[in-house]
Ligand binder design. Structure first.
Ligand code: DC
Length: 224
């Protein structure tokens, strides 16, 4: 099996780029952020403060998550309910970042992620894929862009979906999530020593996709 790990901060374009490259190469695209977002959504719905480690930990036994792929598109199910759209709000973004800091949450999601990589050629995106989840991945890419560029992209997404917010709020959220994601004790966001860094600040989406595809093919074109 071939595993491609793509890590990086939020809004670097990971999911859009990773999905396109996975489709082009015939690999299964796994968006691991959707799992953390689902835990965040579940905490919010249960009335638990996502920062409260004990409260969130107590929720986990009542939570079943699964990823299914419908025509190449990943859907995430929370106790049987398709929450793929419900997890894409600013509130759930903040909650997901909070719950992802709890080691119990990370341990709870680890096996789900590894099992997928055992069964399929995967292109998996997240924060700790190259460092923790799949340390033996054949290809590791660390995708970044400036905070302003990433906030711009996320702001556009929210506006297109009719979610009301301001650019300043989105930028503050991006900066705060970067800080929290890279300073937490459990599996912080950091570049794996053997990852290739790709800064997409000045690249179009098409250029970024080509660059990622080229890195993957250079590493395992013959195997794939
Ligand atoms: O990629 P995303 O924005 O959908 O991720 C949501 C949150 O989940 C993010 O703030 C950090 C966390 N996350 C993580 O800790 N580890 C991952 N592999 C993926 C996401």
């Amino acid at each position: 099996m071939i595993a491609v790990a793509i890590d990086g901060p939020s809004g670097a374009g990971k999911s859009t780029i990773a999905r396109a490259v996975a489709n082009a190469l015939g690999y299964l695209y796994i968006d691991t952020g959707a799992l953390y977002r689902s835990v965040g959504l579940y905490a919010l719905r249960s009335g638990a403060d996502p920062h409260d480690r004990e409260k969130v930990k107590a929720l986990l036994p009542g939570l079943t998550l699964s990823l299914r792929h419908v025509e190449g598109v990943q859907r995430v199910f929370l106790n049987g309910e398709d929450v793929s759209e419900a997890i894409r709000t600013p509130e759930v973004s903040r909650a997901s970042s909070a719950v992802s800091a709890h080691p119990e949450v990370r341990a709870f999601l680890l096996e789900t992620q590894r099992a997928l990589a055992r069964e399929h050629n995967v292109l998996m995106d997240g924060r700790d894929i190259g460092t923790v989840v799949l340390p033996d991945a054949q290809v590791k890419i660390f995708l970044t862009a400036s905070a302003e560029k990433r906030a711009e992209r996320r702001y556009k997404e929210y506006i297109e979906k009719g979610i009301e917010t301001s650019f300043e709020t989105v930028l503050q959220d991006v900066v705060k999530r970067d800080y929290d994601d890279s300073h937490r004790a459990a599996a912080p966001l950091k570049q794996a020593a053997d990852a290739v860094e790709l800064d997409t600040s000045e690249m179009t989406l098409a250029e970024s996709e080509e660059a990622v595809k080229a890195i993957v093919l250079a590493r395992c074109g013959q195997e794939g």
